[in-house]
Design a binder for this molecule. Structure first.
Ligand code: ADP
Ligand code: MG
Length: 785
């Protein structure tokens, strides 16, 4: 029997999961796979491994000698949960270990092994039957990360594999699977016939949170939530009784900002502040991982300003203290109490992240500023107050441009509840939501979409292939992406050379999987070093990836404001008088203005196309390079008809891509240099070839120059009427009928300015777009070389 301290003994007694031990162990005994649902704090992560351990799993002399493996979505969770379980296991503590990227404490003694899901995926690639393990616990399955989803699909097959191996070899033992979730959205697992062919796995529930958490909504929702967090946390620190604070923000920049503000505001008067955590880390200490990247989205577009219902018109002099929930009827901390501010985000080295578990210096209040790294799994002792900004940075994927980015948006209700739960782990707590209940009710989704639906599918296919999984199309995903999508992704990867003709991952493929971008862009970076082009390729990829850089001419001078067609403003005068409206002086003035604007617009675009008159891609490159020379980006954008926000984002991406390329291949490129010299003619030629390599399957040929030109009696009058045929069938419809197969150049392309005769034989395009305005085929190749 395990010799537990009395304190641990008592703590375990209160956990709902402990009350269900017998039921859980019976279910595991009788089934290969079970699902456990228990609210956050019910004891899943700490107790399940111990139940299994105590019933003999992981013991070399038992019928289930293999290891107990537990996956965690994040490194800091794997390490801290291993520590806690070791502590609870008394004399057996040295049998608990963890393994994360670059670090492992496993030994011969190990019986319980915590690891990140990435580690287990790699182990599957090495030994598909996972013979080392007798049970795999997949924790936090409700988070629905791509890794978790793939793991669940994998292990469902491995269970069957182990059964058939057992039939041949008596030394093989069975594998058990435990899927654990903190929310009840589990039908994707339990009701999925492809996943569990023996029928749905049983569900064991363990209800009830350990300690109550009181939730306080704000009356108003502020747009600048970092500033609001500063206000709230500062006042909370002055007014609230002792207890640690956990503040949820969306990214490391916000965390740095708030950390600085708090430290300044509560700086001790005499002594130097020795509690400062080092926030800056060098690239070497923190190897970049795709999911750690902070791309784009430093401001929120649409969240925060739509909370009309709660905005108080007299809000300016709103009594600060009212309604905040800071009056808990207990004494506040001593007003001279210092703050011990610690950051917690995934790019921080694990060692730094682990500092949040240490007791703060005496007479100070622990304030942890975290991203949603701290949303699940972790128990940070002493946290009594949670401050939730209600936002997070989520991976987004634009199917259209193939661009993956991170955008700040509202979290789901389920996430908000997880965050609140962090306050009730070691005692009763309070959660201060920095948003109103109306925003929570109306704007928060129930759950976050599974990550796999927000990820470029080529990337997922590439990842699975590199794990040696060949039949991706029939893979039992909990939420399957479309079969066509999967097939198309596989084809694209072959075109790019990431997969061999037989579907094996090539060396290029391995490299492409390290970029947080569509493999198309990865390919461009992979070959980008020729003729010293790398800095240009990075800038170009950043520009193309962000996309939508230019304000279109129609947006500068909308057609419907032309005086001839101008509609009368009076809403009820829908009569034909409109057409006979008098041409006034004001109209004339407006016309002159329009003409001037049109001239300016044309001049700007001529300037940006000076390197090449037919490539939209190179025009984007010129624009991003020119932007880097401007002293005032906003003013420059306005003057050049550029979208300032897109340029800010692309510039940020340039910097990050430079870091990634450098850490992958230090010899290839120097430190980030925003201002590049003009590319040489040779480089321009190389750049065009590099873009072509990334979009190699997006080729169109001018229809009348095709090997078998279709009959097309009408001679096109404008460039945008010249029909092209794509290399691969891109539309349904009759193969012989040109009007059903043709695609046309988009009017915003530089090519649209050519005469029909000048139109090139081949075009490389970035994407096709179905026009909604016309019934005639109107898909539009956009990029061209
Ligand atoms: P779940 O996985 O269901 O969310 P856990 O097993 O992680 O729950 O934790 C259950 C409870 O155990 C926590 O609510 C907390 O009371 C206690 N606990 C866990 N880790 C620690 C720790 N490091 N220090 C103190 N108590 C802890
Ligand atoms: Mg847990």
């Amino acid at each position: 029997p395990v010799d537990r301290s009395e304190e641990i003994q008592n703590a375990r007694m209160g956990l709902p999961v402990v009350g269900e031990e017998q039921k859980i162990m019976e279910a595991i005994h009788n089934n290969s796979t079970i699902v456990i649902w228990g609210a956050t704090g019910s004891g899943k992560t700490t107790q399940l491994p111990q139940f299994l351990f105590e019933s003999g799993y992981g013991n070399p002399n038992s019928p289930n000698p293999g290891l107990i493996g537990i996956t965690q979505p994040r490194r800091v969770a794997a390490v801290s949960m291993a520590n806690r379980v070791a502590q609870e296991l008394g004399q057996y503590s040295d049998q608990v270990s963890y393994q994360i990227r670059f670090e492992s404490t496993t030994s011969k003694k190990t019986a319980i092994k915590f690891m990140t899901d990435g580690i287990l995926l790699r182990e599957i690639a090495d030994d598909f039957s996972l013979r080392k393990y007798s049970v795999i616990i997949i924790d936090e399955a409700h988070e629905r990360s791509v890794n978790t989803d793939i793991l669940i699909g994998m292990v469902s097959r491995i269970v069957d594999l182990r059964k058939s191996l057992m039939a041949e070899d008596p030394t093989v033992t069975p594998l058990k699977i435990v899927i654990m979730s903190a929310t009840l959205r589990i039908s994707d697992f339990t009701q999925n016939a492809a996943l569990f062919r023996q029928g749905p796995p049983p569900l064991v529930q363990a209800e009830g949170r350990q300690y109550p958490v009181t939730t306080h909504f704000s009356r108003r929702t502020h747009r600048d939530y970092v500033e609001e967090a500063f206000r709230k946390v500062s006042r909370g620190h002055r007014k609230l009784p002792p207890g640690g604070m956990l503040v949820f923000l969306t990214g490391q920049n916000e965390i740095r900002q708030l950390s600085k503000q708090l430290k300044q505001a509560f700086r001790p008067t005499q002594r130097a502040d020795t509690t400062q955590a080092r926030v800056q880390i060098t690239a070497n200490d923190a190897p970049l991982e795709a999911e750690d990247l902070e791309l784009g989205g430093t401001e929120m577009d649409n969240a925060g300003d739509d909370d009309e219902s709660d905005v108080e018109i007299t809000g300016l002099d709103e009594p600060e203290d009212e309604d905040e929930g800071f009056d808990l009827g207990e004494d506040a901390m001593d007003s001279s109490t210092r703050v011990h501010v610690l950051p917690l985000y995934s790019q921080l080295p694990t060692k730094e992240q682990m500092k949040v578990f240490e007791a703060p210096p005496e007479d100070s209040r622990l304030i942890i500023l975290a991203t949603n790294v701290a949303e699940t799994s972790l128990t940070i002792p002493g946290i009594k107050y949670v401050f939730d900004c209600g936002r997070s940075k989520e991976k987004q994927y634009d199917l259209f441009t193939g661009v993956q980015s991170f955008q700040i948006g509202w979290i789901s209700k389920a996430s908000a509840n997880q965050r609140a739960g962090r306050a009730g782990r070691t005692g009763p707590g309070h959660c201060y939501r920095m948003y109103s209940s109306a925003v929570f009710e109306n704007d928060f989704d129930e759950y976050t979409d599974p990550e796999i639906l927000r990820t470029p599918i080529e990337g997922v296919v590439l990842q699975m292939k590199s794990m040696g999984l060949h039949n991706v199309i029939n893979f039992p995903f909990p939420t399957p992406p479309s079969r066509q999508g999967l097939a198309k992704a596989e084809k694209l990867l072959k075109h790019l050379g990431a997969l061999s003709a037989e579907g094996q991952v090539t060396q290029i493929g391995r490299r492409l999987s390290t970029y947080p971008l569509s493999p198309r862009f990865g390919k461009m970076l992979y070959i980008g070093h020729q003729h010293g082009c790398m800095p240009y390729v990075i800038a170009l990829v950043a520009a193309l990836a962000v996309g939508d850089l230019f304000i279109t001419e129609n947006q500068v001078n909308p057609i419907d404001t032309q005086p001839q067609k101008k509609k009368n403003d009076d809403s009820d005068s829908d009569s034909d008088e409109d057409d006979r409206k008098v041409y006034t002086n004001a109209d004339r003035l407006e016309d002159t203005e329009r003409e001037q604007k049109a001239k300016d617009y044309a001049r700007v675009h001529r300037l940006l196309s000076k390197h090449d008159e037919t490539s939209d891609a190179l025009k984007s490159l010129s624009a991003i390079c020119a932007y880097a020379y401007a002293s005032d980006g906003e003013a420059f954008s306005e003057q050049m008809f550029l979208r300032a926000k897109a340029f800010k984002e692309a510039t940020q991406l340039r910097r990050q891509l430079t870091d990634i390329v450098r850490s992958n291949n230090p010899g290839l490129i120097g430190a980030y240099e925003a201002r590049l010299p003009e590319p040489s003619t040779k480089q321009i030629k190389a750049l065009k070839q590099i873009v072509t390599a990334g979009f190699i399957d997006n080729v169109a040929i001018r229809a009348d120059m095709a090997p078998v030109p279709p009959e097309n009696p009408r001679a096109p009058r404008r460039a945008i009427d010249v029909p092209y045929l794509t290399l691969f069938r891109s539309r349904d419809g009759h193969a012989d009928d040109i009007s059903e197969r043709a695609v046309y150049i988009h009017p915003t392309s530089m090519l649209a300015k050519l005469t029909p005769k000048e139109m090139p034989q081949y075009i490389i395009f970035s994407h096709l777009q179905q026009s909604s305005a016309s019934l005639v085929s109107d898909q539009v190749p956009k990029i061209r070389m």
